[in-house]
Ligand binder design. Structure first.
Ligand code: 5GP
Ligand code: MN
Length: 598
């Protein structure tokens, strides 16, 4: 046996040289696999020379390691660490050649979801067997993160690049200090997309690449949002409006700017993707993010409704776009506490645009006049005409796509189908979803893991969603009664009623502050101080004395970190009511140009 094992080594060496010249990496991998299998057989037979066996296994591991090193060189980052890893038993050329050939081969072989080349799993196995510990140590110590080993095993994204990219995203999302379109909104939408993919079972219909595209699109979808609408950009002839010819101005910018970040090597999280995968992902991301332009909402709904009536399958990009679009407007499908806070944050953002419009002598855009906007009523309309139809379409689409998968899976695996899962977009489920990561590729829903198709219960997903949306609408209806009163009474009475509405909303805000605390429910919330600063819907613009007390009135004064610190330092019960006053005169002429840009 010893002789045979040595033969194996020689065979392997000559093979590597041969393929080094020929450049047939995939054949090389298959050969390697054959050799390893041969060794296993010998092990089974007990026909073993331990020394030779050890040598062969070490050699095989080294060759695999060499390929891995190149694949993850971005992750390992520095030359020093690269040379650390160099194995004595692997000639440098072989390592380099294998690495480059492997990468090139990945570029040529067009991966289809159904037939993923086996060498991918070998690479994953190598990652697990040889490097997991090192990667785990590196990533854990770097940012205090601790990833489960399974995550690292399946991860193709270089972790340092991911960290740099995420940091840059955060900077971009904080650039305009928006109450609503900030990094928490990005995190919220990303988490919601993840939640929808798991709880509708749609993840079993999507490939790994499509799942990555979904998560990535959600994370970047409002990158560098200016806190103003497309229409504001168009009206003020901003640079981006000119750049994108008034078409989906912000959305075009979000994708473009996010991709521009990845042009920097250290932020290129897609470095290990093949050319084909890279292109496919980009095309999906562009389509999804552009579809978050609300101006395309009705067309999008109509097209998708039409698709559902047809017998043929649903277009993947369209289904994915609908998921992102739904996640983007999903806060009305979450607990009242969250929904209320997101609403107030958005309204404050609208009002700040209104302030800018007033300062520029432009007409107020709808919902942007802090003096006259009827928030509760507008929310009822938003829920009735936008949110409900969107979520109804979402659940219908998911049904059309996922039901056949469930049926198919239940035929091959009968027990335990239909086990209900906690299904709402609410707090508990999100936390639960985060504890239950899935690492599946595609169409493997037959196995009874926690996120398998067996756990999908679309009916309760839909019922819970609709129940929450309905309950939130009822709350707005209660508040709308007060709002209506304010609107209808005369000037003097109006002032009194307004105070009472303020008091009611102040009370509501305080109650929410007391009842819900960020993070305890596993969902993302807007910063509290943002909510506190928008309790008044009708902030007068002329009370200078009050503006001194108001610490939150200037959008350019605070970033998220400040806001969070203030949250910790301010007792919402004892703190000054933040009726932020802002004088029109206080908008200096020099600021006007900046306003246009913003
Ligand atoms: P985003 O700008 O976040 O990509 O797209 C979502 C859009 O939906 C927002 O800009 C806003 O126009 C609208 N939206 C989201 N939530 C609400 C809400 O609670 N009320 C209203 N009126 N519009 C909302
Ligand atoms: Mn958004």
């Amino acid at each position: 046996m010893g002789a045979r094992a040595t033969e194996t080594t020689r065979e392997l060496e000559s093979t590597s040289i041969k393929y080094q010249i020929g450049g047939h990496a995939e054949k090389m991998w298959q050969r390697l696999k054959g050799i390893l299998r041969c060794l296993v057989k010998q092990l089974e037979k007990g026909d073993i020379n331990v020394v030779d066996l050890k040598k062969n296994i070490e050699y095989a591991a080294s060759v695999l390691e060499a390929v891995y090193i190149d694949e993850t060189r971005k992750l390992l980052d520095t030359e020093d660490e690269l040379s650390d890893i160099q194995s004595d038993s692997v000639p440098l050329e072989v390592r380099d050649w294998l690495a480059s050939t492997f990468t090139r081969e990945m570029g040529i072989v067009k991966r289809r979801p159904e037939e993923k080349p086996k060498f991918r799993s070998i690479v994953h196995a190598v990652q697990a067997g040889i490097f997991v510990e090192r990667m785990y140590r590196r990533t854990s110590s770097m940012v205090g993160l601790a990833y489960p080993a399974e995550v690292i095993v399946t991860f193709k994204i270089p972790v340092p690049n991911l960290i740099s990219f995420a940091e840059a995203l955060e900077v971009g999302y904080s650039k305009y200090k928006n109450p609503y379109h900030n990094l928490i909104h990005a995190a919220d939408v990303t988490q919601t997309v993840h939640y929808i993919m798991i709880h509708t079972g749609i993840m079993h219909w999507l490939t790994e690449l499509e799942i990555l595209a979904m998560i990535f699109a959600a994370a970047v979808h409002d990158y560098e949002h200016t806190g103003t609408t497309n229409n504001f950009h168009i009206q003020t002839r901003s640079d981006v409006a000119i750049l994108y010819n008034d078409r989906s101005v912000l959305e075009n910018h979000h994708v473009s700017a996010a991709y521009r970040l990845m042009q920097e090597e250290e932020m290129n999280i897609l470095a290990n993707l093949t050319k084909d995968d890279w292109r496919e992902l980009r095309s999906l991301v562009i389509e999804m993010v552009l579809s978050t332009d609300m101006s395309g909402h009705f067309q999008q709904i109509k097209t998708m409704r039409h698709t559902l009536q047809q017998t043929e399958g649903v277009d993947k990009a369209k289904a994915m776009s609908l998921i992102l679009h739904a996640a983007d407007i999903s806060h009305p499908a979450k607990s009242w506490e969250l929904h209320y806070r997101w609403t107030m944050a958005l309204m404050e953002e609208f009002f700040r645009q209104g302030d800018k419009e007033a300062a520029l002598g432009l007409q107020f855009s709808p919902l942007c006049d802090r003096k006259s906007t009827l928030v509760a009523q507008s929310q009822i309309g938003f829920i009735d005409f936008i949110v409900e139809p969107t979520f109804s379409l979402l659940t219908d689409s998911m049904e059309k796509i996922v039901m056949p998968l469930i049926e198919e899976a239940s035929k091959s695996e009968s027990p335990a189908f239909g086990t209900p899962s906690q299904n709402s977009l609410g707090a508990v489920s999100n936390a639960e979803a985060q504890r239950r990561p899935s690492f599946k590729s595609t169409s493997d829903g037959g196995t009874h893991t926690e996120n398998s198709l067996a756990t999908v219960d679309l009916t309760s997903f839909k019922d819970n969603l609709m129940k929450i949306i309905q309950a939130n609408k009822e709350r707005w209806k209660e508040l709308a009664v007060e709002e209506e009163l304010v609107k209808n009474v005369g000037e003097q009475e109006k002032d009194q009623s307004r105070n009472s509405t303020d008091a009611q909303l102040q009370e509501e805000t305080t109650r929410i502050q007391n009842e819900s605390s960020q993070g305890s429910d596993g969902t993302t919330c807007p910063p509290r101080s943002i909510v506190l600063q928008v309790v008044s819907f009708d902030t007068p613009l002329s009370d200078e004395s009050n503006s001194e007390k108001c610490t939150n009135s200037d959008p350019n004064q605070k970033d998220l970190t400040d806001a969070q610190q203030e949250t910790q330092n301010t007792d919402p019960l004892n703190g000054e009511p933040k009726h932020c006053k802002k004088s029109e005169d206080s908008v200096k002429a020099t600021e006007k140009e900046a306003l246009i840009q913003n």
